[in-house]
Design a binder for this molecule. Structure first.
Ligand SMILES: Cc1ncc(C[n+]2csc(CCOP(=O)(O)OP(=O)(O)O)c2C)c(N)n1
Ligand SMILES: [Mg+2]
Length: 788
């Protein structure tokens, strides 16, 4: 339905205002704000302008409060300008765009205060997140939750060069498998990337690809001015010329202006007849207005395109735009970092009827009555609900998670057992857990959980092997009540799904407790997605097995070395590497609670587990021990007052550390054995305590590791061992100034048995003993572990 003229007029005026405010925000940051030197804002002005109309159409007309949007990173100023008009963004923050605590360069859920739905910045990730958020919404609805809220559409504003990111293609395939709905991607087809002009005919590839994955494709190429001109005599020739014009040429002419277009059009399609007349009856200004009236800059075309969608199938809109539209560098291939000069801005300001000193006034320069604009904005559907950031109650987690112990187990096995126990109960915790794995469900030990809880799909699908009565260990039934989401191998998808599931309490008002399982080395494959999931404060648990060289027979290529360091360094992710299953059960309980803590206190959790079967300790799990395990370390063998050696280990090398302490203990009595369950938590606690002490706020505070190491004499040596990079534990020596030798793995790729590899990399009992002897002056150790 054509849009009402009065509404169109107001929407177009608001779009002009958004372009102005976003450009002024950037200009202010570069030229006006004191000390703005060094903060030169590239990449925003041209890139933002591209989307001013499309985003205005969405936010001021099309969106409903339940819709969620991932905004192209460089359109952040447009987003902030729109929120400013809604009264949800302060002038102060806009004036401080890209400054400390100001509006963020790229829309940020956690750092911005104007209701960003998805953090973007690393191109491609936000796009895919809308797809997974839609699947999560389906999941939540299918489980009978979110009853009082309508389904939202998940919308991404996508740069055309952003489409190069492989994770988008990976997500498309996954969306197709899961019957994706309610997802719109709007490609800002300005045919420019950061460096250059994109390839000719890219849209055809997009169109074919999206259709191939079951999406509808809507191409919005010509604005209403163009369409009217095409209907004039000679109009068809003009349309053919536009269609045939190479991207770079079109961009160059947009930069050069009306006169340049006229020359080209005359030379190429001038006919001394209807076509020439069509061109000549327009002034240069009118001609450039016509030629830059591509669909993406035409409010009527965009609103109509969006409003014409009356189904829930996914839709890709390809909206033709000009990068930098309306600004002096529109279309120029170098415009990504382009900034208006002060003189250019002055000229543009005058053209916009904006008086000096009134640049931030909401309706300055618009011909409509401010009261009418205010009333319009107050009535915008999207603006009717200002409580879009939802929350959900905390799910109770039992004091202690139980499992069926056996004498010899691996932590991976233990993980399966703990989940299996949860799965058996009819608890709220059990119902809110949702698992996902990139084609390694069975090999990461989720099988028992899936057998009990089933796979998720909107439509029932029985396991054919079961219905055919073919014996199988696994029950692969799909149903809307299933709690495991089967994913293809792509790890990026896994982490983006975690990001979507882990924000469900904020987005759908329904809390989920997501668990991802994968092989430890492949965390690196999805690392940026994991990073962004943490950045937007999504809450989930990553359980990674097998890990390190301990996966020995699995093959050298799958050995992970760097992941303990990732666990330490990744913001928003608490990482653990337990050795024993009773520790793991404590950590999982802690994790479910940590995943539900308030913003700023909780976070996600990463468990680096192992497939190595080791002997389990028979012990009472006391409250003190539980606390110490969650804080990151406890003494297995407490050092005495004359201790001159401590062996500290993490994870699967526990038997080697224990054996070394036993052998050393034959000659020396006072040797300590320290179990480190979380180098990350220890390090974070240590840093936090130092910061507190430096600020001199409150009482002197000692961190857990400082307290643990406090009784050690100054000349005590520490040997650390981990199946991972030695630096993960090497810092322990700095806590209280102890000499330390850090054993670990620095090279990967060699297969072998665990014994062979531990010896090869120097993390076996003998290597620990050698390191201890080199470090301390005590009696030589007579016994070594015998070669097997
Ligand atoms: C993963 C990633 N790689 C590189 C960049 C740097 N970068 C920012 S924008 C951009 C080009 C964007 O082009 P396009 O998506 O077409 O958006 P436009 O600027 O045309 O609006 C690049 C390479 C980034 N932000 N993220
Ligand atoms: Mg582009």
């Amino acid at each position: 339905m054509p849009i009402e003229p009065a509404r169109l007029e107001i929407l177009s005026a608001l779009a002009r205002k958004v372009l102005w405010l976003s450009s002024w925000t950037i200009h202010h940051a570069n030229h006006i704000r004191p000390h703005s030197d060094g903060l030169k804002v590239g990449g925003h002005q041209a890139s933002s302008a591209s989307l001013a109309t499309i985003m205005s159409a969405l936010y001021f007309s099309v969106l409903r409060p339940e819709d969620r949007v991932a905004v192209k990173p460089h359109a952040s100023p447009v987003f902030h300008a729109i929120q400013y008009l809604f009264g949800r963004q302060s002038r102060d923050k806009l004036e401080n765009f890209r400054g400390f605590k100001g509006a963020q360069s790229y829309p940020s859920r956690t750092k911005d205060t104007d209701d960003v739905d998805f953090s973007t910045g690393s191109v491609g990730l936000g796009v895919a997140q809308t797809l997974f958020s839609s699947l999560v919404q389906d999941y939540v609805k299918a489980h009978g939750w979110m009853k009082d809220r309508p389904e939202g559409r998940m919308i991404a504003l996508v740069g055309d060069a952003e489409m190069d990111e492989g994770n988008i293609f990976e997500a498309l395939l996954e969306g197709w498998k899961h019957g994706l709905r309610n997802t719109w991607w709007v490609v800002d087809y300005n045919r420019q990337s950061l460096d250059a002009v994109v390839r000719e005919g890219l849209w055809e590839k997009f169109e074919a690809m999206f259709r191939n994955f079951g999406w509808d494709v809507v191409i919005v190429k010509y604005g209403t001015l163009m369409q009217a001109a095409f209907a004039e005599p000679g109009g068809e020739a003009l349309m053919r010329w536009i269609d045939a014009c190479p991207n770079a040429m079109y961009a160059a002419l947009c930069f050069q202006g009306g006169a340049a277009f006229r020359k080209h059009l005359r030379d190429e399609i001038g006919d001394q007849g209807a076509v020439s007349q069509l061109i000549d009856k327009r002034s240069d200004a009118e001609l450039i207005e016509l030629m830059s009236n591509l669909g993406g800059h035409d409010m009527a075309s965009m609103v109509e395109a969006f409003e014409s969608i009356d189904h829930d199938r996914p839709v890709c809109f390809i909206a033709y735009t000009i990068k930098g539209i309306g600004l002096p560098f529109q279309g120029h291939k170098d415009n990504h970092a382009g900034l208006m000069t002060v003189a250019q801005m002055e000229k543009w300001r005058a053209a916009q009827n904006i008086r000096p000193g009134r640049e931030w006034e909401k309706f300055e320069g618009l011909s409509q009555e401010p009261a009418a604009l205010d009333a319009f904005l107050a009535d915008v559907p999207f603006n009717r609900d200002s409580h879009r950031r939802l929350n959900a109650p905390v799910i109770e987690v039992p004091e202690r998670l139980s499992f069926n112990p056996t004498a010899q187990m691996s932590t991976q096995q233990g993980f399966g057992l703990v989940l299996n126990e949860i799965a058996r109960g009819e608890t709220e915790l059990a119902s809110r857990i949702v698992t996902a794995s990139p084609d390694v469900t069975v090999s990461t030990n989720l099988g028992a959980w899936v057998n009990r809880r089933g796979l998720f799909a909107r439509a029932e699908k029985a396991d054919l092997f079961r219905s055919e009565k073919i014996p199988s260990t696994f029950n692969w039934d799909f149903s809307p009540k299933g709690q495991h989401i089967e994913l293809g191998i792509a790890e990026m998808n896994l982490f983006i799904l975690m990001s979507a599931l882990g924000l469900s309490h904020h987005i759908n008002g329904e809390r989920l407790l997501p668990i991802a399982t994968l092989y430890d080395p492949f965390i690196e494959r999805g690392l940026d997605a994991l990073n962004y999931a943490c950045y937007q404060d999504a809450r989930f648990m990553v359980v990674a097995t097998p890990s390190g060289i301990t996966l020995a027979p699995e093959g050298g290529a799958h050995q992970s070395i760097a992941t303990p360091l990732i666990g330490i360094a990744q913001d928003g992710l608490a990482s653990f590497e337990p050795a024993f299953v009773d520790e793991l059960a404590v950590i999982m309980g802690w994790a479910f609670r940590h995943m539900q803590r308030e913003v700023g206190q909780g976070g996600s959790v990463y468990l680096r587990l192992s497939t190595r079967t080791i002997e389990q300790p028979q012990r009472m799990m006391t409250q003190d021990l539980q606390t110490a395990i969650a804080e990151g370390a406890y003494w297995i063998r407490k050092p005495g007052p004359n201790c001159d050696l401590v062996i500290a280990y993490s994870g699967a090398v526990a038997p080697e550390a224990i054996e070394a302490v036993g052998l050393i203990g034959e000659n020396r009595r006072d040797v300590g054995l320290l179990a480190i369950t979380s180098a990350d938590r220890l390090h974070a606690g240590w840093t936090a305590a130092r910061n507190l002490r430096r600020d001199r706020r409150g009482l002197p505070h000692l961190s857990h590791i400082e307290k643990v190491l406090a009784p050690l004499p100054r000349d005590c040596g520490i040997v650390t061992a981990i199946d991972g990079h030695p630096a993960a534990l090497g810092w322990l020596g700095s806590v209280r100034g102890h000499r330390l030798e850090a054993l670990g793995v620095e090279h990967f790729g060699q297969t072998g048995t665990i014994d062979e590899l531990y010896r090869h990399h120097g993390i076996d009992a003998n290597a620990i003993i050698d390191a201890a002897e080199g470090l301390t002056a005590g009696a030589p150790v007579r016994h070594r572990k015998m070669a097997v």
